[in-house]
Design a protein around this ligand. Structure first.
Ligand code: PMP
Ligand code: GLU
Length: 392
């Protein structure tokens, strides 16, 4: 019998998706489970965006999108948005590809940059899909572990120590999933210096840019003129506009890479769904108060989560600057993060994702999404607080 690809041995299915599915299955079986595993807004997509999709259906926008890289009004809206938020000019027709989700944009970006065996630097904790997608396109992921004791800071010397002749790119995610860490100006300078001296591409995953707290906006690496021509931005509608199920994302950057990604897009996805693209135009060009309302709600929940986890005797949770995840640590435990996640699942019936999924081997962390309503969050931390002595 033929066998599936050898690459399959190096990757697993997405653990965040798997834990999310598990929580939903437990709920369907009648358990009083609180699922905080998936990174998915609890809000509904704002009505004016839904209406734009309904109108597109009624107008017969149900065929292949043309051009396949994205309908013109959406490419233009993304170009305007990128110049405003990421402070870099991109040409709508040559520098952007619209994809069915940011995840595919990441896949296309890496596929367009890497030859087999090329290495990609991935600071950890990282979003679970980065290493697997790098492997899927024939690349070699090189995780670089950072620590909560150093506030997950990227240090130039530490990054440099992982560069080899095969290093081609670095992936940066600010605000970060799972820590919420946002790059400081010093860290931005470190990444820029590294990219210039080692001739690297930078993938700047900006999917949580709108979800930043305490009035400190996220700064895009693409806004630094010296490196703008080597930065490929990944972004999408899922998080800021509560549109996870619509599957709409994009990559934007230098036309050389985008041109290759466009070829791969047209040979795989063809295009994102046409009516979804019309909804995305309404989202990007329409009123933004819905985004601010959701952001403010996440900030309130952030305050609650950080305070609650820090008041549990053997847990600690550093401040969270953005995104919608808490990544607390169990102090002085002999348990691994998987054992911690399992004990919390069994004893508190709360589902989180173990820190190992995000490349953290040093300490027992667990990620809980707070894109869930306050009542559920309150119940979850109460239940965890009541059994936390079992985590020692
Ligand atoms: N980047 C990060 C850091 C994420 O957490 C996600 C969430 N899935 C994505 C990209 C991609 O999201 P989507 O495919 O829903 O656009
Ligand atoms: N990005 C979200 C998460 O980290 C959604 C699930 C996924 O795509 O991994 O949970």
């Amino acid at each position: 019998m033929p066998k599936p690809t050898q690459l399959a041995k190096q990757i697993s299915a997405s653990p965040t998706i798997a834990m999310n599915d598990k929580a939903k299955q437990l709920a369907a079986e009648g358990h009083s489970v609180i699922g905080l595993a998936g990174g998915e807004p609890d809000f509904d997509t704002p009505p004016h965006i839904v209406e734009a999709a309904v109108k597109a259906f009624k107008d017969g926008e149900t065929r292949y999108a043309a051009p396949s890289k994205g309908i013109r009004p959406l490419l233009e809206a993304i170009a305007v948005k990128t110049e405003r938020d990421s402070k870099v000019r991109v040409d709508p027709m040559s520098d952007i590809i619209v994809t069915p989700g940011g995840k595919l944009a990441l896949f296309l970006a890496l596929k367009a940059m890497l030859d087999p065996g090329d290495e990609v630097l991935i600071p950890a904790p990282y979003w679970v899909s980065y290493p697997s997608v790098a492997v899927m396109v024939g690349g070699v992921p090189v995780p670089i572990e950072t620590g909560s004791d150093d506030n997950y800071r990227l240090r130039l010397e530490h990054l440099r120590a992982h560069v080899t002749e095969r290093t081609k790119a670095i992936i940066i995610n600010s605000p970060c999933n799972p820590t919420g860490h946002m790059l400081s100006s010093e860290e931005i300078e470190s990444v820029a210096t590294l990219a210039l001296e080692s001739d690297l591409y930078i993938i700047s995953d900006e999917i949580y840019e709108k979800l930043n707290f305490d009035g400190r906006p996220a700064v895009s690496l693409a806004s630094i003129p010296e490196i703008a021509d080597r930065v490929i931005i990944i972004n999408g509608m899922s998080k800021a506009y509560a549109m996870t199920g619509w599957r709409l994302g994009w990559l934007a950057g230098p036309s050389e890479v985008i041109g290759v990604a466009g070829k791969f897009n047209s040979q795989t996805a063809t295009s994102a769904a046409t009516f979804t693209q019309h909804a995305a135009v309404a989202a990007l060009n329409g009123p933004q108060d819905c985004v601010e309302l959701m952001r403010a709600a996440y900030q309130e929940r952030r305050d609650f989560m950080v305070e609650s986890f820090n008041s549990i005797p053997n847990m600690s949770c550093p401040d969270i600057e953005g995104a919608f995840y808490a990544f607390p640590k169990v102090d002085a435990t002999a348990k691994t993060s998987e054992e911690v996640a399992n004990t919390i699942l069994e004893e508190a019936v709360v589902v989180g994702v173990p820190g190992s999924a995000f490349g953290i081997t040093k300490d027992a962390h667990i990620r809980f999404s707070f894109a869930e309503d306050m009542n559920k969050l309150k119940q979850a931390v109460e239940r965890i607080g009541a059994m936390a002595h079992l985590l020692a």
